[in-house]
Each structure stands twice: as C-alpha cells, then as structure tokens.
Design a binder for this molecule. Structure first.
Ligand code: ZN
Length: 262
C-alpha cells in the first residue's frame, strides 16, 4: 500500500533587524522558512507556498513576517545591530519611528497619553492572539500527556504480559493482575483525558505568558487595566482568555518586575 504524508520543512535562513514588542527595541530576528511538503512512498511530490516566521534573538518570541520586507538575511552568529540594520532593513528606524518614540518616553519616565498606554497594554495580548486561538497546540503532546497515555494504553498490557510470563497459576493472574491492569488503565485514561484537554493552557503558561509578563513589566499595569485588556481580548472572540485570571497575570508581571536584569 502506498501512503501519503504531509509535513513542513523548517529551515533557519539567517538574521534580520526587526522590532520586538517584548524586548521593546530593535533586535536580531532569526528568519525561519516553512515549506509544506507532500511525500508519497517517501518521495517528495509537492511543495506548497513558503511562509516565514522570525524568532527574536533576545526573548524567543516568534512572529509571522513577510520576507519581502527585508533586503536579505545575514548568516552570521551574534550579528552587530548596526550592520544587521544596514544589510537587511535599512529603513527600520523610519518604519517604526512612532513606536520607537513611545518606547523612548517609557524608558525616560515621560508620561504616555491614555491612548498610547492602552495600546501598549493591549499589544502583547493581540500579538499572541493567533497562538491563543490556534488549535495546533492541542495536538502537541507534552510530558504529562505522554506519560498518562503510556499508563492508559501500554502499562495494562505490560502488566498482563508480565503476569502471564512470570506467574504460574492462572487463577492468581485472573484475581490479582487483571484487576490491577484494569485499574491502572482506567486511572491512566482519566489522567490522559485531563492532561490532554489542559495541554494548550499548560503550553500557554509555560511559553506565552512569561513573554506577556516581560513585555508588560515596564508599563506596570494596574489590576483594573489588566482586567480591561483581558475583557477586550475575550470580546474579540478569544475564548481561552476566559481562563486567564487577571490576578495571576498581575502577579506574574510584578514577579517579572522584581527579577534582576542581567
Ligand atoms: Zn524579543
């Protein structure tokens, strides 16, 4: 039987200069190309439209980018920013002039307008909106999902095979090992369902919220401002935002503010 498989080929192709909303400045971003491919019998028969993302060298935030915004990419380790700007995105400071002016005010302790402050507080939630909305992360099995899956589906079989191989009396197998295997399987399945349905939130807590906290730390938003930002995020249709507790976000930002800067 000939089988078809679909995957994406990801390849790092070099650095560009780009603005990072988490680092709040211009940073080197590593451009990654993504090529959807179709294989039949292990032979590549089709390649889809190439897309690009960029990963910030400073914080690890990943954004979708249009590669035509950049003249080229620079393939060197730890590229100096002035060289990177001149080579890849010479007018980046012009493109982000308004934004860099707001960041200047923030760094120098100058007052922001209500609108500027509101937009800055809302920004990381909007920037990560596609991640919050995406269903792809549901399919990403993390440690708890894998372990509970093994407990649900492999452990019972291993217990029974072990008993059949090592225990001579079948009655003992029937009375002790089969109920034990069933109990382990049922418990494993319950845990598997729990962990699988909470996998996305776990992923968001681990990979997304730390970046949101880092981005918002310089603004030191109040609990009310965070509540309002989350409410507008929910109003925009991001259902998973319902599961974000404003107090948890507030405490996360305060903890980030206390963290020593390297
Ligand atoms: Zn960054």
């Amino acid at each position: 039987m000939v089988s078809a498989s679909f995957s994406t080929e990801d390849k790092a192709i070099g650095y560009v200069a780009e603005f990072c909303i988490v680092c709040r400045t211009l940073r080197p971003f590593d451009i990654i190309s993504h090529v959807p491919t179709t294989h039949i019998a292990f032979i590549c028969v089709d390649k889809g439209k190439v897309t690009h993302t960029a990963v910030c060298d400073g914080c690890g935030m990943e954004i979708d980018v249009d590669s035509s915004n950049y003249i080229t990419t620079l393939d060197m380790y730890d590229p100096p920013m002035d060289k990177l700007i001149a080579t890849t995105f010479p007018n980046v400071e012009e493109v982000y002039a308004d934004r860099l002016a707001v960041e200047d005010k923030l760094v120098n302790g100058l007052p922001l307008s209500d609108r500027e402050r509101l937009e800055l507080i809302q920004e990381p939630f909007d920037a990560f909106g596609s991640v919050f909305q995406s269903t792809a992360e549901y399919r990403r099995a993390d440690g708890p999902v894998i372990l509970s899956g093994v407990m649900a589906f492999a452990a019972p079989l291993m217990i029974i095979l072990f008993a059949l191989a090592k225990v001579e009396e079948y009655d003992t197998v029937r009375r002790i090992f089969i109920p034990l295997a069933s109990a382990v399987g049922v418990l494993g399945f319950v845990l598997f369902v729990c962990f699988a349905t909470t996998a996305k939130m776990r992923w968001i807590r681990k990979h997304v919220l730390p970046l949101v906290y880092r981005s918002l730390a310089p603004l030191n938003p109040s609990r009310i401002e965070i509540r309002e930002a989350l409410q507008s995020f929910i109003a925009a249709g991001t259902k998973i935002a319902n599961k974000l507790d404003p107090d948890t976000v507030f405490n996360g930002i305060q903890a980030e503010r206390m963290r020593p800067r390297l």
